[in-house]
Write a protein that binds this ligand. Structure first.
Ligand code: GLC
Length: 401
């Protein structure tokens, strides 16, 4: 028996269940059992850490967020996968780097996430190219009563908020760590990015209640027709285009996030990876399942059913993928080109937790953006020093893929 964590909802859950079923038909000697895990990134992380800290052999396979592999690998929780993938492995280099720690590969990319701007094609002729255009359009649509919200994003205190902030930060020319690995969130670009978000809440463009929202609450607001713009991952597209409960089917499109002061647009790189629990009693069976699920054909099925983007570059040249994706391949390509990876460090979770607190304090009006970020930067520097680790900003943050 191989245990597999299931955090999928809706179409993703259905396609996964079907794929696990066909794996079992093709491999009658292996039974796959799903373990239920929460959807929100931080809650999932907490549960995994509890399992793994207790050296539990179950679940055998771990679905990792793109930022977890260094932390889990450094803790000795993952089985090294070197030698299992051929040299010609067809994955975007940024996703392979994210899954590598001290020269060893620990996880196989499963699907890719990029932050993108969903916009209402029935209310606007074109997506805003800059943040100022976005804010102006959002204010106008609210003033005319067309929508209650201008711009919705993930504002709860969790990893999603960090991804929103880092996108804006990169669009203003900043990054979480600088090229020497030092913390850089308190840069002028950082203050600008956080001020943008605070202003949006202050001016009512983004609803105050969104300071408790994750991906799904944001999607519900947009698919009810209540917002002009939404920042979210690709998964939302298929659900809003096909769902019976969607009021915006056929009335929205996706675009790269608008450019900030440096004239740059950025998309946080996210996504899921599959790894093997170092304590698994059935690592070979687990590997057979990972190979099956990360096969190009399974990725095309996921793209068709749930709009998940494959992390295999060669698939983007295939008409089959273009036909399978629920959104225009050109829109995706433009977003993917602007992908920015988060730092690959075992301390990432600590850095993010510190940053989340400060971002949220500023957004809820308890601290000015500048003070909040300088507090965060100080604590983040201390966390890095405590681990005796320099940070490492990915080599080419402006073009991760
Ligand atoms: C998505 C992304 C992941 C990110 C998370 C934040 O699941 O794939 O990388 O950390 O959202 O909420």
């Amino acid at each position: 028996m191989v245990t597999f964590p299931g955090s999928a909802v809706g179409a993703e859950a259905e396609v996964l269940a079907a794929q696990l079923q066909s794996f079992m038909q093709a491999n009658p000697d292996i039974r796959v059992v799903q373990r239920v895990t929460p959807d929100a990134a931080d809650q999932r992380h907490q549960l995994y850490v509890q399992w793994l800290n207790a050296w539990a052999p179950d679940p055998d396979i771990l679905q990792l967020d793109v930022i977890w592999a260094p932390e889990f690998a450094a803790a000795g929780w993952l089985l090294p996968l070197d030698g299992r993938l051929g040299d010609d492995a067809d994955f975007f280099p940024a996703t392979m780097e994210a899954n590598t720690w001290q020269g060893q590969l620990y996880a196989v990319p499963w699907f890719l996430d990029v932050g993108m701007l969903y916009w209402r094609t029935d209310l606007l002729d074109a997506a805003p190219a800059t943040l100022s255009e976005l804010k102006a359009a959002a204010a106008e649509a609210r003033a005319s009563g067309q929508v209650s919200y201008g711009w919705v994003w993930q504002g709860a205190r969790y990893e999603g908020l960090v991804t929103v902030f880092l996108e804006l930060l990169a669009s203003h020319g900043g990054s979480m760590l600088d090229r020497n690995g030092d913390v850089a969130v308190d840069s002028p670009a950082g203050v600008r990015a956080l001020t943008d978000l605070c202003d949006a809440v202050e001016q009512g463009l983004s609803p105050r209640e969104s300071l408790t929202w994750h991906e799904e609450e944001t999607r519900f607001a947009f698919q009810m027709g209540r917002a002009l713009f939404m920042r979210n991952w690709p998964y939302a597209y298929a659900l809003m285009e096909r769902g019976d409960d969607s009021r915006v089917a056929g009335r929205f499109d996706v675009a790269p996030m608008p450019a900030g002061e440096q004239g740059r647009s950025a998309a946080t790189l996210g996504g899921a990876q599959l790894a093997i629990n170092a304590r698994s009693d059935v690592p070979e069976e687990a590997w057979r399942l990972i190979e099956f699920l990360t096969h190009p054909d399974r990725m095309i099925e996921r793209a068709r059913a749930a709009g998940n983007l494959p992390p295999r570059p060669s698939l983007y040249e295939r008409d089959e993928l273009r036909a399978a994706l629920p959104m225009p391949a050109e829109s995706i390509q433009r977003v993917v080109e602007h992908a920015v990876a988060r730092p690959a460090t075992p301390v990432y979770t600590q850095l993010s937790l510190i940053l989340q607190l400060s971002l949220h304090r500023a957004l809820s009006g308890q601290q000015e953006p500048e003070a909040a970020l300088s507090d965060a930067a100080r604590k983040m520097r201390r966390a890095l020093a405590r681990f005796g680790l320099p940070g490492s900003e990915p080599a080419a943050p402006e073009s991760a893929l």
